[in-house]
Structures are given as structure tokens and as C-alpha cells.
Write a protein that binds this ligand. Sequence first.
Ligand code: NAD
Length: 375
Amino acid sequence: MKIAVVRETRPGEHRVALVPDLVGKLTGLGYEVLVESDAGSAADIADDTYRDAGATVTDDVLAQSDVVLSVQPLEPDRIARLSSGTATVSFLPTAQSLELVGALRDAQVTAFAMELVPRISRAQSMDALSSQALVAGYRCAVVAAERLRRFFPLNMTAAGTVPPAQVVVLGAGVAGLQAIATARRLGAVVKAYDVRAAAAEEIRSMGAQAIELELETLEGTGGYAREMTEDRAARQRDLLTPYIAAADALITTAAVPGRTAPMLVTRAMVEQMRPGSVVVDLAAETGGNVEGSVAGEVVTVGGTTVWGAADVPSQMPGPASRLYAQNVVNLVTLMTHDGAFAPDFDDEIVSGCCVTAAGEVRHGPTREQLEGAVS
Ligand code: NAD
């Protein structure tokens, strides 16, 4: 059976779905691995490295493949070139990609979405949301340190003592915890807040101070947060204002699945920060946690630099690709039996992340949205 790795085409996407080190895992399972020319070039991986690892590098990978791996979902013209029964494995944000899902269904493609892999312990090694959030969280802390024109760590020198930077992190999921850990390693004093009750202990375990507000916690299903009411959001903003005013750097990573990002910090709150402060808004692409942040741009609010995130894992394409590729290879391994790609739809991981198969939309919420959109 043939498994293909395509070159990503979306602007800003620099990752690749397979790295040379993992080609051997797939050939070991019995696959012939085809890599589209230049697939790894944006991640500094040369075609020859794939060849040396045992892959075939070619310009035409789609028509002849049984499984196609990518980071972003394939575009409609590429879907049209797949044979019926081909499987695709990629990120596929179904709610924002209804037309693509319809095209995959009509082309009889078996499409798997990495963001739908259930977050159960057995699937941890396939959890690409977590692996990419880890990269993003690290990068946010490094950007904050780089943009802030002062030290992160305490410096005690003969010329006097330089106090450490004060960093506040809002949202302590996978990305937020990694941002905390990185800022701590760089020597900053870190305070963090999250609406989930369990987060306070996780924040403390990273060496940061958990900000405790006189507010109810907001647990949703599956360990995620719930959306705030406007009243709670306003109270949270009021209570966080003094912490943010005292911060040299603010990193925001808050998200609620399926919703636009919660607006946690108003322009007025940013204006209270000292001149030269830095804000890094990881949620800028999904609506923004900070009023005025713009995805992919650096803007100034008062005297504060506000960095709006865009394609953050792609800013570290080597490690992001490596981790993503490992997640994908683990999922493909689960779906391979006796050298053949043969997904077992009775397995909750397989059924959980399957979007289309055999001409049907298998993911319930997407099917409802699509049928609603059609009628
Ligand atoms: P996410 O990206 O959906 O959200 C990021 C964080 O923002 C979350 O911690 C959330 O609580 C927080 N948030 C939402 N609204 C907020 C607000 N108004 N103010 C402050 N913070 C707010 O989350 P994630 O990083 O994907 O992970 C969320 C949870 O899932 C965590 O508990 C994580 O440990 C857990 N998780 C479990 C597994 C697993 O079991 N395999 C894997 C990954 C994550």
C-alpha cells in the first residue's frame, strides 16, 4: 500500500506531515512512502533526506496513494484527484470546512481529523492539539522575552540588582502551562489564571503563583472550560485589572472549544500597563483574548506592544512537524493491520476522529451542520 505526504500550500503553513526519521516506521508497517517534491523545504528538510530514509520523492503523489498525510486539509482540486476509498489524515476543522467535508464525502474519501482524536489516555500519543499547543506555548514565552526590552531573570551584580520580569499568563491549558514553564526557566516571576478549578494546582506545579479570584470556576465537559456569561466576564476583567497593570509581559492563551476566544483584556486594561510592556495574544486568530490584537501583526496600544499570534507552530516548523508526524504515525499504526490500512471503526479513537467514510459524513455534529446548510 502507498502512503503519500503532500507539500502544504496554505500561506503561512511551514510544517510537513512526516519527517525523515519516521519514514522507517511506515515502511516497517509495510507501506511504500511517497513524498511530494519540496514537501519539507519550508521546515528545512531536503528531499534527499526523505530519499535517504527510504521514501520516494515525486511530483505526483495523489492519484496513486491509499493514504494521504497532510497538516492542513487538502484543497478541493486535490480532493478531486483522489481515487474513491483513499484515506486522508490531517487537521480538518470541520465547523469551518463544511464545503470541504462535502467534497470529501462526495469523493468517497475516508477523512480523519487530528483535532477530533479523543483526549483519552490511550490516544495521548496521537494528540496533535496538545503537541502543537506545546510548541505554541513555548514560542509565546520566547516572543514575550524577546520583545520585552528588559531582563526576565533577577540579576544581582556589582552595579546593583535588576529585578526579574513579572509575567502574567491567562489560560493554563497545554499552551499556557508550557508558556509558564518557559517563562519560569528564563527566570521571570510568573502569575497565572484559568477558569478551571484543576488549573490552580497545575499552575503551582510549574512554579508559578495561581491567581485566585472571588469567582466561580467554569468546568465544561471533557475537562474543558465553559463559556463565561457577559456578567462573569466583566467581573473577571475587573478583578484581573491590577494583576495586568503590574505585569511587564502578559501572555494570553484562553480558549473554549467550538467558540470564539473569550475576550479577557480590554484596551483600557492594556493602557494601564507600564510603557514598554508586552502582550502576546495566542488567541488572536480565533477572535482574540485581548481587545485590539491583530493576528499576524504587532500593534501598539498605549505604550504596550501587542503581538497577535498567527500560525505559531509554523514559526518552529522543525519540532512542530516532528511532533505532529509522530502523532500521525501513531494514528496510522493504530489503523494498520497485517500491512494494510484497515481502520477498525469499533475503536473509539478511530470512530471519534473519522469525519467521512463510504460516501457518508460520520461525525455527528458536522453531519447536522452540513445537512442544515444544504436544506
Ligand atoms: P484549550 O486550548 O481549549 O483552552 C486553553 C485554556 O483556556 C484552558 O485551560 C481553559 O480552561 C482556559 N480558559 C477558557 N476560558 C477562560 C477564561 N475566561 N479565563 C481564563 N482561562 C480560560 O485547552 P487545552 O489546552 O486544549 O486543554 C484543556 C484541558 O484539557 C486541560 O485540562 C488539559 O490538561 C486537558 N487535556 C487533557 C488531555 C488528555 O487527557 N489526553 C490532553 C490535552 C489536554
